[in-house]
Design a protein around this ligand. Structure first.
Ligand code: SAJ
Length: 447
């Protein structure tokens, strides 16, 4: 078959729709392996920064890979998606699928991308969808592609679902090394897609149908979300019982078949807060008893719980939140990234501001401060504040000079650790009041 041969020889042209973290990584890696890649995005500034070598993405090695391939002519970006769709034999769709306010998926970007790809469709092309989607979406998109192109899926063109597992910050490494799951709408689509990926990735490729892959992808992130919710519930229990949840999790995880995740001040990012809702879109029968929905609520509740912890710390220090001064260290949704999508810091900072607190904010990897005052270093943020709050587990925070922290804070100095990055015993020995997620105070509160 012509396309199979072109894939093996790296002579087919690949179009990538949507040049965010995923799309840009996909485009750069395929170009780096010798394919000619055309990327398209509606955002003119993103296209311009790619073509001019001014990328502003915090992704290890990605900017360099993009720049090298733009220079060599293997990769170029444009806003003209239709032209790309007409030119390329393989189209990879990596557009966003956000949630609306009522937690319903907004597939308008994906539908619109499929319409454009459909307009550029001719026989013997392969379309891949990589965005996270509710079950059944690949079949829905096949109908759009057929309607717009007047061609028939499986007979005239092929379509597969092949989601990404990459971690923001390390997308290139993860794209190349992760095992992946691929599901075509028919055996030929699956075979072609598997062939394509085996040309560029080192991880194993597992093959099945598109609906199974759609559900499996959502199951991965939902499993993590439910597991974290369990860890968070344990943390709440431990706080009441005067026990440290870190010790409980450490001991429970010595069981060979137990792997409890880490509790914390909330679950953020582009995937975990969204994917459980995508999985539930068509699940109508058991909504009242849904473990998944309940876990989502519990993980969101941890943000309010962190606020309660801050208010308790202030109250016990005989201070009112209104007019108090609070320092927040960490804004990004997790360590080692500049990404703030879905970060718990947004709600926590905005709620503290609403309650009348002055909030200083510092993050080593981003300047977003959600209305607080942006500071250029941790001690500048901490100076003259009543309560220090840690919301991200950035490495730098674990090595804070706690003597200095105590000295520059208002008295009594209080610390609320939302990610358990600092040793409570050390904090207390220095004379700072300590509060941490899942850190129960022994002999204090009994049920
Ligand atoms: N979190 C906890 N406790 C934990 C682990 C995470 O509270 O034990 C919180 C983090 O602080 C963060 C959120 O959960 O706020 C999400 O963290 P994550 O490490 O799961 O990271 P993501 O969102 O970067 O997840 C991505 C996922 N990628 C995609 O869906 C494309 C996921 O599939 C991967 O499992 C994960 O990266 C990874 O690190 O492998």
């Amino acid at each position: 078959m012509k396309l199979l041969e072109a894939i093996s020889k790296h002579t087919c042209k690949i179009g990538v729709v949507g040049l965010g973290h995923v799309g840009l990584t996909v485009a750069a890696v395929f170009a780096d392996r010798g394919f000619t890649v055309f990327g398209c995005d509606l955002i003119r500034s993103q296209v311009k920064s790619i073509m001019s070598g001014n990328l502003k993405l915090f992704e290890l090695g990605l900017a360099k890979m993009v720049n090298n391939n733009v220079k060599s002519g293997k990769f170029s970006a444009t806003t003209d998606c239709l032209n790309v769709a007409k030119t390329c034999e393989i189209m990879i769709i990596c557009v966003q699928t956000p949630l609306s306010r009522d937690q319903q998926p907004d597939l308008s970007f994906l539908r619109s991308a499929c319409e454009t790809v459909g307009h550029g469709m001719t026989k013997q092309k392969l379309v891949l969808i990589m965005s996270s989607v509710p079950p059944g979406t690949t079949t829905e998109m096949s109908r759009i592609l057929e309607r717009v192109s007047g061609l028939s899926c499986e007979k005239d063109f092929w379509l597969s679902y092949c989601p990404e597992r990459l971690t923001p910050g390390n997308s290139v490494r993860d794209f190349i090394n992760s095992d992946r799951i691929i599901g075509g709408v028919d055996a030929q689509s699956t075979r072609l897609t598997s062939h394509l990926f085996q040309e560029v990735v080192k991880g194993k490729v597992f093959l099945t149908n598109s609906l199974t892959v759609e559900i499996a992808k959502l199951a991965e992130n939902t499993f993590r979300d439910v597991n974290i919710a369990f860890a968070n519930e344990l943390a709440l229990i431990c706080e009441q019982d005067g026990v440290d949840v870190q010790e409980v999790v450490r001991l429970a995880n010595t069981h060979p078949r137990v792997n409890i995740h880490r509790p914390g001040c909330g679950v953020g990012g582009p995937c975990l807060p969204k994917d459980p809702y995508l999985l539930l879109v068509k699940a109508k029968q058991h909504t009242e008893h849904s473990l998944i929905r309940c876990s989502r609520r519990l993980n969101s509740f941890m943000e309010s719980h962190t606020i309660s912890m801050i208010l308790t710390a202030l109250r016990l220090a005989k201070k009112d939140v209104t007019g108090s001064r609070i320092s927040v260290l960490g804004v990004t949704y997790k360590k080692g990234t500049s990404d703030v999508r879905g970060a718990p810091s947004k709600f926590i900072i905005q709620e503290l501001l609403r309650l009348g607190a002055h909030v200083n904010v510092y993050d080593p990897l981003c300047t977003e401060c959600f209305g607080g005052k942006n500071c250029t270093g941790p001690y500048e943020a901490i100076a003259n504040t009543d309560c220090l709050v840690i919301l991200t587990d950035h490495r730098e925070f674990a090595s804070l000079n706690l003597w200095k922290v105590k000295e520059i804070m208002n008295k009594p100095a209080c610390l609320v650790d939302g990610r358990r990055v600092i040793n409570p015993a050390k904090v207390k020995s220095i004379g700072i009041r300590y509060y941490g997620i899942g850190f129960g105070k022994r002999n204090k509160v009994r049920r």
